[in-house]
Design a protein around this ligand. Structure first.
Ligand code: FES
Length: 682
């Protein structure tokens, strides 16, 4: 190029350079390292390279672009426009050639590394850097005089047409390669997958001709109670469908340790659980693809995040070692596998599976995913992140250090083991307020924005009914009972006589509180029982004790901010979580919600290869704290049984709400009313 050559400036990158007249815009972009997509390699058939030329005076760039700065439309562009339609002002970058100085805008949909717009406001945006990309190639036909295999000629085409030096091919793809090549008349699209930026790419799928149906990936959060999946377009990063199912392993044990015991006590029990979860994932993949209207053979990647026990059971590894000290994992490293390794028969056999690394024996890939999504190690202030689920993942850190632990909260926060508990679904009470004077409740259910004392509530909920109470609802219910003086700090519900409301009624030797009686309409009687309070106390004590343990380790008594994550983290009210004593005392405006951070971490890893390398590096720097063998965990646990807490002061909470001083004896029979017992682990 010379000083006389036209100047080409690309936006938004600002990259610029001079190119000889007649250079295709795509070629100029490549030479400058501008992020401009292409699948067909400049043949004018994939339309991935669309650009918007800018004409006129661009003083900012020192460029005046005159009419004629790009070559006229050619036949390929005209045909594409006629058949598919090009947006006003767009050109195909591989066809438009530079004739004079010009400013070229690359729209987001033509960028490989585009940013994905996320609905939830959150710590990080997702940038596309897919591990799998499509390449259209024209392959030489076989020649008897220079005999080479079809795969070798495919490799040569990738080298000549895409400068890809070396490839491998997944065996199931190889078995179909000859048919694909002949069907495509020697023009095919291959999907090349890389496990890291420097790894040799592997062909994981091939289609005759230009493949235009796209590529998809699944981000799966494999929890003890639920399995949630996001089907993601690997080109745009858009989530095209989300779905979840209950983890069928629940029938072998509600929490992780009971599943480990099942494997210990029953020969072959681990295989049974592995089969159950793999079957469930196959069903989920089929359902979610159907919902999105795509074929399952387009799902070429799946990323899993899960706790260590689920991790081992998914892989078909007996989790018995995770049930006893020193809690050794079979491997804590990340894993690259294929669908056939895991018998995920709904997916193509060569579909790639990535498991995030585990942090340690009780701190799994789900905690790593939370770290990837929330990045505590990049926070200037000290942040406590709690991912609330059947097992809570807890991270505490800032730029100097990050600590992690997991705590066995049990499934109460997800509405399980609660007398009127249910999953978050239409009809479930998700928010509740109890009037401190009348002690009457009003509530809101999923599927209706109105409160139960507002006009229209009963009409709008007639179809779903009032069916139960979900995780966020039970947290609010227990906290509201405490605020209204119906529950004492030890967690005892008062009797009708003690509280002055007949919503409190005797049930056996303890009392319960009636939220709503739908029996007249054939519905349930929704109550909070003493047993429910105990289950929530166990769960919140485990969570709080885990957090305190990390704070001890860090040598602090307070944290700067708290992030609530987890499937229902988005719905937990900060005030109620603090009244309950789920989280340490911080100003309420310092409590934020990150939604399903583990799921977000899985999506980031699915869409971005560099992020996988980042988390593989980061987990090695996280200090892991083991709760199961730490005596202080038990001390914190016992102190945390009180609501909000027996020993920790909550001055910030005191600025928002005054908790009444009450104390309810049981019937004076010396019973402790089912006082909290220590949760055993293992
Ligand atoms: S690169 Fe495929 S149409 Fe331009």
């Amino acid at each position: 190029m010379s000083n006389q050559d036209p100047l080409v400036v690309f936006t938004p990158s600002g990259k610029r350079g001079r190119f000889p007249v007649g250079t295709p815009v795509l070629t100029a972009a490549r030479q400058l390292g501008v992020d401009l997509d292409s699948v067909c390699g400049g043949r004018g058939i994939c339309s991935k390279c669309q650009i918007t030329p800018g004409y006129g005076e661009f003083s900012k760039h020192g460029v005046t672009a005159r009419d004629g700065a790009l070559s006229d439309w050619n036949a390929l562009e005209a045909r594409y426009d006629e058949k598919r339609g090009l947006k006003q002002g767009r050109r195909l970058g591989c066809q438009a050639k530079v004739q004079g100085d010009i400013v070229i805008d690359v729209p987001p949909e033509s960028q490989v590394h585009r940013q994905v717009v996320r609905k939830a406001a959150s710590a990080r945006v997702i940038e596309m850097d897919p591990a799998t990309r499509l390449y259209y190639i024209v392959v030489d036909e076989p020649d008897m005089h220079t005999p080479t295999g079809d795969l070798e000629r495919v490799a040569r085409a990738l080298k000549d047409q895409w400068e890809i030096d070396k490839i491998t091919c997944e065996f199931p793809v190889l078995t179909q390669l000859q048919t694909t090549l002949r069907k495509g008349k020697w023009a095919i699209t291959v999907a090349l997958h890389k496990t890291s930026a420097t790894a040799t790419p592997s062909i994981i799928a091939a289609w005759p001709g230009l493949h235009e149906k796209g590529l998809y990936g699944l981000a799966i959060d494999l929890g003890s109670t639920t399995v949630a999946a996001h089907l993601t377009n690997l080109d745009t990063g858009e989530v095209v469908a989300s779905s979840g199912i209950m983890n069928p392993q629940i029938r072998f044990g509600e929490d992780l340790m009971s599943r480990v015991s099942y494997a210990m006590m029953n020969p072959g029990g681990d295989h049974e659980m592995t089969r159950a979860v793999r079957d469930a994932i196959n069903t989920l993949a089929e359902e979610i693809a159907k919902e999105a209207g795509i074929e399952t053979n387009l799902i070429l990647e799946t990323v899993f995040v899960c706790n260590p026990v689920m991790h081992h059971l998914l892989l078909g590894i007996d989790p018995v070692e995770l049930g006893q000290a020193p809690f050794a994992l079979a491997t804590s490293d990340h894993l690259n596998l294929t669908a056939r390794d895991l018998d995920l028969t709904t997916l193509p056999a060569s579909a790639q599976i990535y498991l995030l690394p585990c942090i340690a024996g009780h701190v799994g890939a789900d905690a790593a995913a939370v770290a990837l999504s929330e990045q505590p190690g990049k926070s200037d202030d000290l942040v406590l992140i709690v991912d609330v689920g059947t097992n809570a993942e807890i991270l505490l850190g800032n730029t100097s250090r990050v600590l992690a632990c997991s705590s066995p909260t049990g499934p109460a926060f997800e509405g399980a083991q609660i007398s009127s508990g249910q999953r978050a679904a239409p009809g479930a009470i998700e928010a509740i307020r109890i009037d401190p004077v009348t002690r009457e409740p009003r509530f809101r259910v999923i599927g209706c924005d109105k409160w139960s004392d507002e006009d229209g509530f009963w009409d709008e909920t007639a179809a779903s009914g009032i069916t139960g109470i979900c995780g966020s609802g039970i947290i609010e219910a227990v906290a509201e009972l405490r605020i209204a003086g119906l529950l004492d700090p030890s967690g005892l519900i008062g009797s009708a006589a003690q509280t002055g409301t007949d919503r409190c009624f005797a049930e056996g030797r303890t009392n319960a509180y009636l939220i709503h009686d739908a029996t007249a309409e054939g519905g349930p009687r929704i109550t909070v029982t003493q047993g429910d309070i105990r289950a929530i106390q166990l769960a919140k004590s485990a969570l709080y004790a885990g957090a305190r343990l990390l704070m001890d380790e860090m040598g602090v008594d307070v944290v700067d901010r708290v992030v609530l994550a987890g499937a229902f983290g988005a719905h937990i009210s900060a005030k109620h979580a603090m009244v309950l004593g789920m989280i340490p005392d911080v100003p309420l405006d310092k409590v934020s919600s990150a939604g399903n951070a583990a799921g977000t971490g899985a999506r980031i890893a699915l869409c971005n290869l560099a992020a996988r390398a980042e988390i593989e590096r980061t987990v090695r720097q996280i200090t892991k704290v083991e709760t199961a063998i730490e005596p202080r965990f038990q001390e914190h646990f016992v102190a945390a049984n009180a609501i909000p807490h027996a020993t920790d002061p909550f001055p910030e909470l005191g600025k928002v709400v005054t908790l009444p001083v009450v104390g309810f004896n049981t019937q004076g029979d010396g019973s402790d009313g089912g006082r909290v017992r220590r949760r055993k682990r293992g």
